[in-house]
Design a protein around this ligand. Sequence first.
Ligand code: HEM
Length: 467
Amino acid sequence: MKHARGADKSRIPPGPRGNLLLGSLRRVQHEPLELLRQGFHDHGDIVRFRFGMTLAYLLAHPDHIAHVLHHNHRNYNKRNIDYAMLRRLLGNGLLTSDGAFWHRQRRLMAPMFHRQRIAGFCALMVSSTQEMLERWDMVAVREEAFDVTAEMTRLTLAIVAKALFSADVSDDAEAIGAALTEVNRQLGEFSLLDMFWMVPTRRKRRFREAVAALDAVVGKIIDARRRAIHHNEDLLSMLLEAVDEETNETMTPRQVRDEVLTLLLAGHETTANALAWTWYLLALNPEAEQKLHDEISGVLGGRPPVATDVPRLSYTRMVIEESMRLYPPAWAISRNAIGEDEIGGYRVRRGTNMIICSFITHRHPAIWEAPERFDPERFSPERSAGRPSFAYLPFGGGPRICIGNGFAMTEAQLVLATVAQRYRLRLVPGHPVEPHPLITLRPRHGIQMTLHRTDEADEALRQNAMR
Ligand code: HEM
């Protein structure tokens, strides 16, 4: 592998030539992760790509990533092709907006994600998992295989809807799942025809239908709240009641829709994928799985976890961190360069698309020892010391770091602990498992698993029967 040291400032970085007309456009549509990985392998820490008319740099080194996301973040916004596509779905919500508007909305919503607020969601996170386990008990008795990704998606959707909007979306879970699969696929694998807005295609019709289905769910949540006489002081009430200090106006219905849909989608799909990959990795690594079970038994002694247990479940946290290192749910993010810049000795022209691929940086051989190995303890305080902060970025970084990161980590720890008290999950032999890099990193064919009761759960069952 080559590195970008000592490069000439006036030059642009090395990269694949690609097709004369389209550059690497076709490959990025069909195999984006392979394209980026090969670029890193062949050219090192900064790689130039051309996608049609767009110039893009892949940044793999933590120092260069820190420059874009943190030190010089004002020179980079989300006005690029990737976010333009996402904006078609999410409008101007927190994930896709920019500048002063984004800043105001972020300040408004931040209190809802404070540590104390999150602690208040722990009981809901555990009870929702227990409800899922009731269903799983039937599946276990019948010794059926099931797709753990679908189950985790249903669970995290129920949790985020209840926690932020006090809404029960269980009846809409399938419609949301189907719509999300459609938009995820379309935004992840965009077609050249998408660039010509006037050309009607079947893909576009299906996209519009999926957005309409999601809009209907959001509409239902908001209408129910407007009709309710009593309601919780949750994120939804905050959005509906917020008054702009300058204009003295409340948010428009369209803006409320954008924020609710953003949080509903960003708040469950990523966490679900993180959990699904974690079950997969635990099944492949019995030693780590045993350690996890030992910690959970030691800390909880068979009772359900509560908020104060979360900091004590440290190995559980490391397992999730290591899982998101190998399979980061938001596997790539990008930015548009507003003005000229210089990174790693190379010139960055205005309008360059900066690609940050955590999947690649999380396996950077100069930073991670044996990067392909699943080794949760690399996240222990001792072994983390001295690691550059932007070497690990499942939640992004800088001012645009994921607003839900504390929520997601707490939720993942509690779900993992609650499930692992009762079950070990085993992979169905022969079922192919491979990452599918769309907007999120989903398992391409799902992950088929079977359930096996833990000794602890069997013991509890015996004790109950004897009483
Ligand atoms: C394991 C779970 C999660 C992962 C891996 C994840 C990942 C990310 C990443 C990488 C970003 C930064 C995007 C960028 O800089 O371009 C982001 C932003 C965001 N995430 Fe998450 N996320 C997770 C869970 C959540 C949850 C639970 C919520 C809400 C309940 C949430 C809501 C958001 C929002 C609203 C933003 C935009 C923040 C802003 O720009 O101010 N995410 N997430």
